[in-house]
Design a protein around this ligand. Structure first.
Ligand SMILES: Cc1ncc(C[n+]2csc(CCOP(=O)(O)OP(=O)(O)O)c2C)c(N)n1
Ligand SMILES: [Mg+2]
Length: 580
């Protein structure tokens, strides 16, 4: 049948289960938007900025409910969206990016939006396609989606020239979307070798990243069988439930919370699942791996990249862990039961000690972060989603906010892009409208994408966004304090958060000190779900106490310099302290 590429695209998107598209119409994609308006299963969402669109699509994908998809204009829409595409790329999140393209049938030069989009997106996508004829539209979308969702997931880009959207052409032969099967590629002898190491270990430990987010039950069974504590990466905070007695907490080495530090102290064998041992995951590589490292990942390129693996098991986390569990069998693992009791006691004790340390900290009339997170945890149902941005608040949340559900916390991690939170909160809420979604964002990152609150209002979304107002770009300002003794370009000018709420149609609330915490969180959650409009809460937070993560990475980075550089940095810091 002869029809437009826009119509074919709609059919392909419906067939791969896309539920939302995010973007802004322009002359190169209005045919697509007109088709999307006809769809019974896809809702096209108008955003304020394409950067927001990409973060929304990312959050939809992270929810695990459908594939986050963009429909944007060429060139300007693509560069705006690049921040969110880059985040999805480095964090391994599938995303389908569709842009219109210039007319390829007129021979004209200097057309509107005429740049090489494929060259722009090459380093931050798994693949890009230019559709050249009608018959290719549907197979190209299916192939792009297969690439986005197979192996380590990531974003893909498809350009559909506007002339194909406007004119009709013949369809190609009938094709179906491909279902990507989760598989383990490791050999039985490798599985046996891994089990042998884990069985014989005196103190096995487990470290999980986002790659393990759908294998929580298998990780728990292994941890219980082995009596092993479980730590997580930042992106993988939700990959193991914090209310499991073997959950130790965030990070490794000296950047880790005390429960990890103590329960991992003498670990002689580690099972790492779905982590690349990246910079944030390892606290700037301030961690020494045990020689017996069993590394499980779907992407073989991560093996031995930063730390040598004794056994590398390639495959989808759930499939590989099921094989490990099967090979481990039912025979008791020597000393595991006794070890488990010991490890659980250490974790319980150290979590209490760390929480106490925070609660004792004098926040001088401002909001104590630990009190805030304790109240939020008490009031938020377990199946909620918490969305973070990038900053000091990220690490406070990772250390102090227990997450009980897989995919229950999402954060921009390795691309580390500020501005993620507000739009991602919207994407997460659209994906799972029946469950509470809350965002926590620093006052710097909030400025970058706050106008997307208007999108939340337009969509009738009852999300709650807590702005941690400290007046600084704290995560960087804190790192400037010791070496520079001055905060160049990290002190923020004033921002009227209430004014932003008024301008965007959000309800406004403020937590000025600890006494407000319980009541305001209660009001915010209740009114968001009742009124179906966003609630913006200004939290006058106290940042005077450092996270373990910040303390750890500052020390690690300082120590790593050679003697000459160290002397120069310390000398400058001392001199500035004396000279003021
Ligand atoms: C797009 C982008 N620009 C700059 C940075 C560097 N950066 C990382 S954290 C941070 C501070 C964030 O400040 P704020 O949002 O106020 O959060 P806080 O640290 O105060 O909690 C900055 C500037 C970044 N990660 N991303
Ligand atoms: Mg700040």
């Amino acid at each position: 049948m002869s029809r437009t590429a826009a119509s074919m695209l709609r059919e392909a998107l419906e067939n791969v289960g896309v539920r939302f598209t995010f973007g802004i119409p322009g002359v190169h994609n209005t045919e697509i938007y007109d088709e999307l308006a006809k769809s019974g299963t896809i809702t096209p969402v108008l955003v304020t900025h394409e950067g927001g669109a990409a973060f929304m699509a990312d959050a939809v994908s992270r929810s695990g409910t459908s594939l986050g998809t963009l429909v944007i204009v060429p060139a300007a829409g693509v560069t705006h969206a690049a921040s969110g595409i880059g985040e999805a790329f480095l964090d391994g999140i599938p995303m389908l990016v569709i842009a219109g393209g210039i007319r390829r049938d007129t021979g004209r030069r200097y057309q509107l939006h005429d740049v090489d989009q494929h060259a722009l997106l090459k380093p931050i996508t798994k693949g890009t396609w230019l559709v050249e004829k009608h018959a290719d539209v549907i197979p190209t979308i299916y192939e792009a989606v297969r690439v986005a969702t197979s192996g380590e997931p990531g974003p893909v880009f498809v350009e559909i020239p506007v002339n194909l959207q406007l004119m009709t052409g013949e369809e190609g032969p009938n094709v179906s979307p491909q279902v990507v099967a989760a598989t383990a590629r490791c050999k039985p002898e490798q599985v046996a070798a891994a089990v042998e190491l884990l069985r014989k270990a005196k103190s096995p430990a487990i470290f999980v990243g986002w790659g393990a987010v759908d294998a929580t039950a298998e990780v728990a069974r292994l941890a219980e069988r082995l009596g092993a504590p479980v730590a997580t990466t930042l992106q993988g905070v939700s990959a193991f439930p914090a209310n499991h007695p073997l959950h130790a907490g965030f990070c490794l080495g000296r950047a880790a919370v005390p429960a990890v530090e103590k329960s991992f102290a003498d670990s002689d064998c580690m099972l790492a699942v779905g982590t690349r041992f990246g910079e944030i995951a390892t606290g700037s590589y301030g961690w020494t791996p045990p020689a017996n490292l069993v590394h499980v990942d779907i992407n073989p390129a991560v093996f031995n990249a930063n730390y040598p693996a004794r056994v590398a098991l390639e495959g989808d986390a759930k499939s590989v862990l099921m094989q490990l569990l099967q090979a481990l069998g039912d025979a008791p693992v020597a000393t595991a039961a006794e070890r488990r009791a010991r490890v659980e006691a250490t974790i319980r004790e150290q979590k209490a000690v760390y929480l106490e340390e925070w609660l004792r900290h004098d926040s001088q009339g401002r909001v104590n972060p630990a009190r805030f997170f304790a109240s939020l945890r008490r009031q938020l149902p377990d199946d909620s989603t918490v969305v973070l941005d990038d900053g000091n608040h990220t690490f406070l949340a990772a250390e102090l906010m227990p997450i009980h559900r897989a995919r229950g916390l999402i954060s921009p991690t390795d691309f580390n892009c500020m501005g993620y939170c507000v739009p991602a909160t919207i994407g997460a809420k659209l994906a799972r409208p029946e469950l509470p979604v809350i965002g926590i964002v620093g006052d710097g990152a909030f400025r970058m994408t706050a106008m997307e609150l208007a999108t939340a209002t337009a969509q009738g979304l009852g999300v709650v966004v807590f702005v941690f107002s400290d007046g600084e770009l704290a995560q960087i300002a804190q790192a400037q304090e010791i070496p520079y003794n001055r905060k160049t370009c990290t002190v923020l000018g004033p921002l009227d958060v209430a004014g932003v709420a008024q301008a965007t149609g959000a309800k406004f609330l403020r937590i000025a000190s600890d006494v407000d915490i319980d009541g305001v969180i209660r009001d915010a959650l209740a009114s968001a779900s009742r009124d179906r409009r966003p609630v913006l809460v200004d939290v006058l937070v106290d940042y005077s106490k450092r996270t373990r993560f910040t303390e750890g990475i500052v020390k690690t980075n300082l120590e790593r310099f050679d003697l000459g550089t160290k002397a120069r940095l310390v000398g400058r810091a001392l001199w500035r302290r004396i000279s003021g």
